[in-house]
Write a protein that binds this ligand. Structure first.
Ligand code: ATP
Length: 149
């Protein structure tokens, strides 16, 4: 189905805005527009919310989450960058595993199943795209998603 990707990104950001404000986290966006593409709108919405929820969840109060959505000739690139706790080099290769949760997450009071990124990866790959994470402990995490248009 033809959809507007930039609109999905903006709507997902709006949905998470309140959560960010509760933690005094600033959500910065740079979203190219328009970005028409063929995709499953509901799944992409789920993908965005999952990645944004992680970025906010693992970022301490007063942090910043940047969402950059860039349109290219045949693809769209989405970057979600946070100033959070980061992921150690030991844990990084496992974050897409089903039910995997980082050590800090495991002892957290809040919920979380460890399925978020496994599902995110499945959604991205079903759309013919790629997802990858870069992270530095105590500095932050950057999620890169590329989808064909
Ligand atoms: P949920 O199923 O609620 O999303 P979760 O966040 O624990 O639970 P995933 O989204 O699959 O599960 O993430 C897996 C692990 O990757 C997390 O437990 C956390 O350790 C790490 N992680 C994911 N995103 C970030 C991030 N932005 N910053 C730091 N760690 C992250």
């Amino acid at each position: 189905k033809p959809i507007q990707f930039d609109r999905i990104v903006q709507e997902s950001v709006n949905k998470m805005q309140m959560l960010a404000e509760l933690k005094d986290i600033i959500l910065h966006t740079e979203i190219d527009s328009p970005i028409p593409m063929e995709a499953d709108e509901e799944r992409l919405h789920q993908l965005l919310v999952t990645v944004l929820d992680n970025a906010i969840k693992y970022t301490p109060e007063g942090g910043v989450v940047r969402v950059i959505c860039s349109k290219f000739a045949h693809s769209v690139q989405l970057e979600v960058e946070d100033t959070g706790v980061g992921i150690s080099a030991d844990n990084l290769p496992h974050v897409f595993d089903r039910f995997y949760r980082g050590d800090k997450a495991r002892t957290r009071q809040e919920g979380g199943t460890g399925l978020g990124l496994a599902i995110a990866k499945w959604i991205v790959e079903r759309h013919g795209g790629k997802i990858r994470l870069e992270s530095k402990p105590l500095i932050g995490t950057r999620v890169y998603i590329t989808l064909p248009i």
